[in-house]
Write a protein that binds this ligand. Structure first.
Ligand SMILES: Cc1ncc(COP(=O)(O)O)c(C=O)c1O
Length: 352
């Protein structure tokens, strides 16, 4: 049996932005990097070039450490910025809290402190209240405030919201981590450079994504303070996220972030989500749950609709903070896909 015969190449999904394939330019970058022999573990020209690319986005002093996965990226960042007895304040809906199999606790050795959200976002009041609760020897001492940009509910923090949270965290001696699995989507949505949402505002460490935006694999931990790089490098090795053939992750990241590809692909995904919300928001008993600001649409919908979307498009139902169905657009979502979702919902509602 050939590889092509093992799955239906015409099947489309809205379950996650990692259900899409690899952008041809990322594949080509892997092909180009595949010639000859170069040093392992980051001693290669692609990792060097990545540093210059990241400096262009996040500032001259940053260092980027490529890793294999988004979970790995988060765990490395959080573990490096926290002692074993310390904790990370995060949204109750944060991916680190709900969807990483306990990896931050199990592998990173940090305790997570979930805080209620407003449209997926931490608020200064919520963070302040959590810090206030964690003051004595009887509580785990907070070390980091982690925010997701874009959030897991498809919303984005404005620069002033990030600035306010960062100021608050720093005033209490806490570092700020951005889970940027979808930072590209947030930057495009806001029309801001990625650095203007993170390092320019004092964010200490960013888990910058690539896989959800067209790469085969490859995320990168971007560290603002050069003095902390050896610590993060130790955490990356200790947490099994240092790839020996790192050139392949780095080459893809250079292709994505060293050109306009990152914003083109994120823009396509974002536009599709906005159009999808317009197309399906008016069905009876179906409503859009959160502001559609990046590439996700969450729906309050009857069970028959959830079941039809799960069957036809591999959509998942989420329960935190509300019971909703998630439709995730990605870099290769197209207009026909959106119409197919609309028709699927219409049919499910007619047949109920
Ligand atoms: C916001 C966010 N962070 C991190 C991750 C983790 O990525 P991975 O599945 O590659 O570990 C995801 C994956 O869905 C995510 O949505």
């Amino acid at each position: 049996m050939t590889t092509a015969a093992r799955h239906d190449p015409d099947r489309r999904g809205f379950g996650s932005d990692n259900q899409s394939g690899v952008h041809p330019r990322a594949l080509a970058a892997i092909g180009r990097a595949n010639l000859g022999h170069v040093g392992g573990y980051g001693a290669d020209p692609y990792t060097d070039e990545l540093q210059a690319v990241l400096a262009g986005h996040f500032g001259a002093n940053v260092t980027g450490l490529p890793v294999f996965s988004g979970t790995g990226s988060n765990v490395v960042a959080l573990a490096a910025f926290s002692g074993r007895w310390q904790s990370v304040i995060c949204a109750e809906s944060a991916h680190i809290m709900t969807d990483e199999g306990g990896a931050p606790e199990q592998s990173g050795g940090v305790k997570l402190i979930p805080v209620p959200v407003r449209d997926g976002k931490l608020t200064p009041d919520g963070v302040d209240e959590a810090i206030g609760r964690l003051r004595t020897i009887h509580q785990s001492a907070p070390a980091v405030v982690s925010i997701s940009q874009a959030t897991e509910l498809g919303t984005v923090y404005t620069p002033s919201e990030v600035a306010e949270l960062t100021e608050l965290a720093h005033a209490h001696g806490l570092a700020v981590h951005v889970d940027g699995a979808r930072l590209a989507n947030a930057a495009v949505a806001l029309g801001e450079p990625m650095g203007a949402l993170t390092t320019d505002l004092g964010v200490d460490v960013v888990s910058l994504g690539g896989t959800k935006n067209g790469l085969m694999f490859g995320e990168v931990v971007v560290v603002a303070d050069p003095e902390l790089v050896p610590l993060v490098a130790r955490a990356r090795k200790g947490l099994a996220q240092l790839g020996s053939k790192q050139r392949f992750a780095a080459a893809q990241l250079v292709e994505l972030y060293g050109t306009e590809l990152w914003s083109e692909l994120a823009g396509q995904a974002n536009r599709c989500a906005a159009e999808l919300a317009d197309l399906i928001g008016d069905f009876e008993d179906v409503s859009v749950a959160y502001p559609v600001q990046a590439n996700a649409v969450f729906l309050y919908a009857p069970d028959v609709v959830a079941a039809a979307l799960a069957r036809d498009f591999a959509c998942q139902t989420f329960v935190v903070p509300d019971r909703t169905v998630r439709l995730m657009c990605t870099w290769d979502t197209n207009a026909d896909d959106l119409l197919a979702v609309r028709d699927c919902i219409a049919k499910a509602l007619t047949e109920r």
